[in-house]
Design a protein around this ligand. Sequence first.
Ligand SMILES: [Ca+2]
Ligand SMILES: [Ca+2]
Ligand SMILES: [Ca+2]
Ligand SMILES: [Ca+2]
Length: 212
Amino acid sequence: MRFPTRFCSVCLLLTAVALPASAGQITDWSADEGADVFPPIHMMLNNDDNPDFNNYLFISKVFEDNTPIDIEFTVEDTRGVTEYLVQETVDNDTGVDWIQYDVFLGFGTGDDFDPSPAGDGLDFDMPNLDFSPPPLSQAFATTHKAEDAITWTNGLHKSAAKNYSFRIDVPDGITSFTLRQVPTAVPEPGTLVLLGTALVGLAFGLRRRRGA
Ligand SMILES: [Ca+2]
Ligand SMILES: [Ca+2]
Ligand SMILES: [Ca+2]
Ligand SMILES: [Ca+2]
């Protein structure tokens, strides 16, 4: 893949010029299997909606199955809001095409995941609605943006690595947050055939019972 290599070149370049990290930012993370997070690149903290400075978060993910992948980030206060440009390489290695891809912000992981509420400052660069560049996917044409959820549809993410990018605002007052990623597989034709067979069988049984 060309893009991850380019990501890494950008990583190295930016690491070379990045300012030294100071308090208040993403300081650590833990990820479900399949996700690799590169150390965040901090160009300027508290850069909420400052078009001149991006902080970067590079993530690479391989989905072996269609269960969600959670990445929990540890955060320290910055006395402000730090905006990150997240760039992801997402590899669909499930053997099944995806018809939709969602990312959510929240707290906790697995069954304990709670969506981030509206207005808490943790969001996909809202309410400024100044996404620049806007959230992007190489696989899908339509992007539905909400404060704590982005949904990509109108396309197929087949068995390949594709790039996604979006922004997140990380506020003061939280010690951690979770970025959840959820692919949706194309319904298998086999499932529909089985369902159809079951319905026909049920109707046939009912007719026989009525006839008896
Ligand atoms: Ca912004
Ligand atoms: Ca929120
Ligand atoms: Ca922002
Ligand atoms: Ca915001």
